[in-house]
Design a binder for this molecule. Structure first.
Ligand SMILES: *Cc1c(COP(=O)(O)O)cnc(C)c1O
Length: 369
């Protein structure tokens, strides 16, 4: 492949397809699949990813906010879209674009019902979120009666699904807690089914949930990080393919003498003769200052080059002493052969954070063989 020439985030849609098929192989044929594409599809390209998932036959998509769903609809996406965290000021827009809201509190249910009645909808699909231990968003178990009272005789909206979210699905030490969440959710679903007289479909599992608690897949699962190639464990990562490859180039090489410093605040001082490379990527592109001072490394011609000194807004400097390279050479920050999970771990964070941090200044290039 030709040298990418400047800082670029390559988005490999064949890797996305591989991951989709892998995750589907872990659930039963009758279980629906929801692809989570919030936050620009975990920092990649929301529209391209959503279109690919639609072509692969995903049953649902999910975003966090209404404006993300609007962007998908305006790009021609027809798949049902669950909006996980809508705000009342956007409810009209949500209905206009036929997005499906999560109802996560009494206030939200009341406000959405008012909007739906004003716009004279019938059976508008809504999804009720229950809090079973994450304590972030959702109705509590004892809100079931409140929900029923508010829906009594109403035809403007219809509960099509109910869902909850695990707090520690990737953590085997929290298995008892997760099983308790699953049991609590199962109980809530039963009591709601009885009162409603029909069964909304149920969903609870995120990527790690799919892999660790397949018995709780209910009628649908929701996967984000797995689609993008990461599974919160080395064994699963080996089965998945990273979708995002962050690449840059060597802008300039420098020969540094002993005791010279590199970068702002002279944070690096050399203890010998060194060669450094300056790269056109910095904290404004999403490489936070926590990756500086030898925490993170990039890969140049297959060799690790640690980031030295402080990360600048538009640049980092890396130590390439002993690495054969020249100005213009391609640099891999993270991707297929050097994972975002490892890169993130070098600064004590997680793949989710570094993937979604890559700013809009970085050019996105789709690879769709
Ligand atoms: C973001 C999100 C997911 C996706 O989780 P992954 O760990 O990325 O698979 C699923 N459900 C909810 C409610 C979310 O907010």
């Amino acid at each position: 492949m030709a040298n990418i020439g400047e800082t670029t985030l390559e988005i490999d849609l064949s890797a996305l397809e591989h991951n989709y098929r892998y995750l589907k192989s872990k659930i039963s044929d009758s279980t629906k699949f929801l692809g989570v594409v919030k936050a620009f599809a975990y920092g990649s390209d929301m529209v391209a990813v959503a279109k690919k998932l639609e072509s692969l036959g995903t049953d649902y998509l999910a975003v966090a906010y209404v404006k993300e769903g609007v962007l998908l609809r305006e790009s021609g996406i027809k798949t049902p879209i669950l909006v996980l965290h809508p705000q009342p000021m956007n409810f009209e827009l949500l209905i206009y674009y036929h997005l499906e809201p999560s109802m996560y509190s009494p206030r939200i249910l009341k406000r959405f019902l008012e909007t739906a009645e004003r716009l004279q909808t019938t059976d508008y699909p809504v999804h009720i979120k229950f809090n079973t231990g994450l304590n972030r968003l959702g109705f509590w178990e004892n809100d079931v009666e409140y929900i029923m009272q508010h829906l009594e005789g109403k035809t403007a909206i219809k509960i099509v699904s109910i869902f909850s979210h695990l707090a520690a699905s990737e953590d085997s030490k929290e298995k008892a807690f997760s099983l308790n969440q699953i049991e609590c959710f199962t109980k809530i679903a039963k009591s709601l089914d009885q009162l409603l007289g029909y069964k909304p479909f149920r969903h609870m599992l995120n990527t790690s949930g799919i892999l660790n608690y397949p018995e709780a897949q209910f009628e649908m699962v929701r996967s984000g990080i797995g689609l993008y190639g990461y599974g919160n464990s080395a064994a699963i990562d080996a089965q998945l393919k990273p979708v995002a490859n962050l690449k840059t180039v060597v802008s300039q090489l420098h020969k540094i003498e002993p005791n010279e410093s590199v970068g702002y605040n002279r944070a690096f001082t050399s203890d010998g003769y060194k060669t450094t490379a300056t790269l056109p990527i910095g904290h404004a592109d999403g490489i936070g200052r926590q990756y500086g001072n030898m925490k993170g490394s990039v890969s140049i011609n297959g060799k690790p080059a640690p980031i030295i000194g402080n990360v600048c807004m538009d640049m980092i400097m890396v130590d390439v002493t002993g690495i054969e390279c020249k100005e213009g050479d391609e640099v891999l920050v993270f991707g297929a052969s050097s994972s975002a999970e490892q890169f993130a771990a070098s600064a004590k964070t997680i793949s989710y954070e570094i993937l979604t941090a890559i700013s809009s200044r970085v050019k996105r290039v789709l690879i769709d063989p």
